[in-house]
Ligand binder design. Structure first.
Ligand code: ARG
Length: 411
């Protein structure tokens, strides 16, 4: 469901026109999360509880809950949210994700409550369980796993990868890169921390998880191959396409956006939806700073590349998206298409309006990277995103906050 297509800088989520390529920072290397936060702001807790009580019907009375929470904050600097509060908070954070076209199903997000876990090895193990749980042989379910919160003087764990599954970008002695160019820095970092990349390096080697606790260096954990469902790519009309030996993984699981609910920051909350075909076919495999496969594909298609005006890129791009969509469909792996997802999003916008809520959306992220004008989401504007909206998934605390991609905001 094309969850949060969101991401950007360190704390307050500014309106930086970073590229819309990944959900994560371009370099995908995050900085140290610091030493934990101060006490929870009681007013943030009150604002959240007010919303929670307005939209749902909790058993405990509002006033007694408020009193307990205030007391707990005064005594400990933080408070424990009920599973109902946590679930509502995570769902509304999704609903507030202005860059996500797939928000129609915000209220069905499954929450795995792992707030007792902050040790990197256990976090890694639960990330693997998350993948198994969410993948279900291809019938993908939108799922979030919530690890320990930041507490005063005691930060929660930190997952340094921008998504649980990413392919390595190996630097070759020739200076070329094998794999996903966007992940060269993360690959280098994993190697520096002790990861042994496959030998010889491949184009689709799944990176290990880099997870830290407190100020310590990240530890490196391999993801077992059976937790990573992948789809080999074929084209419905061109048998030779399979010989390109391309593939992509089934589950996009964003893992570096802190979740803030009622004044509490949960720094490690991997969450996934399912892919939209264009994310893989019209970005990951084709962007020049990713796999850059359009020239190869155009050559196989016998297209005239002598000028941009032959539109060889455009023609190859559509065939790539078709191949991705076809392969996922044949493999029985959930994948949305941009036409359907555009209609669903506008239904979501209408529902939100009927519920009396704003529905902030970032046009440049909502409109698909191919055939924009063929989808209805193109032909209108939306409520302005509000960086202070809460609950929210915050931009990753990353050094790459400053690294604006060359292709700008609207690719
Ligand atoms: N665009 C990202 C990627 O290609 C995934 C972002 C989240 N997308 C989603 N459908 N939930 O890996």
């Amino acid at each position: 469901m094309t969850v949060a297509a969101t991401r950007d800088t360190a704390t307050p989520a500014p309106h930086i026109p970073t590229s819309r390529c990944a959900v994560s920072p371009p370099s995908a290397v995050t900085v140290s999360p610091g030493t934990g936060r101060g006490a929870v702001d009681p007013e943030a807790a009150v604002a959240f509880l007010t919303q929670f009580y307005a939209e749902t019907s909790p058993k405990t009375s509002f006033h007694s809950r408020l009193r307990d929470v205030r007391r707990e904050i005064a005594a400990t600097g933080s408070y424990h949210q009920t599973i109902e509060e946590l679930t509502f908070g995570a769902r509304v954070a999704w609903r507030n994700s202005a860059r996500c076209i797939g928000r129609l199903y915000w209220n069905s997000l499954r929450v795995r409550d792992r707030r007792e876990i902050d040790e990197p090895g256990q976090v890694a193990q639960e990330c693997v369980e998350h993948l198994r749980d969410a993948t279900r042989d291809g019938r993908i379910r939108s799922t979030i796993t919530i690890f320990a919160a930041d507490r005063p003087g005691r930060p929660g764990p930190h997952i340094h990868n921008d998504q649980l599954i990413r392919y390595a970008g190996h630097r070759l002695p020739s200076g070329d890169v094998r794999g996903d160019r966007q992940y060269v820095a993360l690959t280098d970092r994993a190697v520096a921390l002790g990861w042994s990349p496959p030998d010889p390096p491949g184009r689709f080697d799944v990176l290990p998880l880099l997870i830290s606790s407190g100020e310590a260096d990240p530890q490196v954990f391999d993801i077992p191959p059976d937790a990573v469902l992948e789809v080999p790519l074929r084209h419905p009309d061109y048998p030779w396409f399979a010989e390109l030996r391309l593939r992509w993984h089934a589950v996009p699981a964003i893992s570096n956006m802190p979740l803030v609910i009622g004044g509490i920051t949960y720094p490690a909350t991997p969450f996934n939806g399912w892919y939209l075909g264009t994310e893989v076919g019209a970005r990951n495999l084709t962007d020049a700073h990713r796999y850059d496969l359009l020239p190869v594909l155009a050559q196989c298609l016998g297209l005239d590349r002598s000028s941009d005006r032959t539109m060889w890129r455009d023609r190859a791009l559509v065939e790539m998206v078709r191949a991705v969509q076809h392969s996922f469909d044949e493999a029985g792996v959930t994948m949305a298409d941009h036409h359907t997802e555009s209609e669903r999003f506008l239904l979501h916008v209408a529902r939100e309006r009927n519920a009396g809520r704003r529905c902030p959306a970032d046009w440049s992220w909502i409109v698909p990277p191919v055939s924009g004008g063929l989808t209805q989401v193109f032909h209108r504007y939306y409520d302005e995103p509000d960086p202070d909206a809460r609950p929210a998934f915050l931009p990753a605390p990353t050094a790459a906050a400053v690294a604006v991609q060359p292709d700008g905001a609207s690719a």
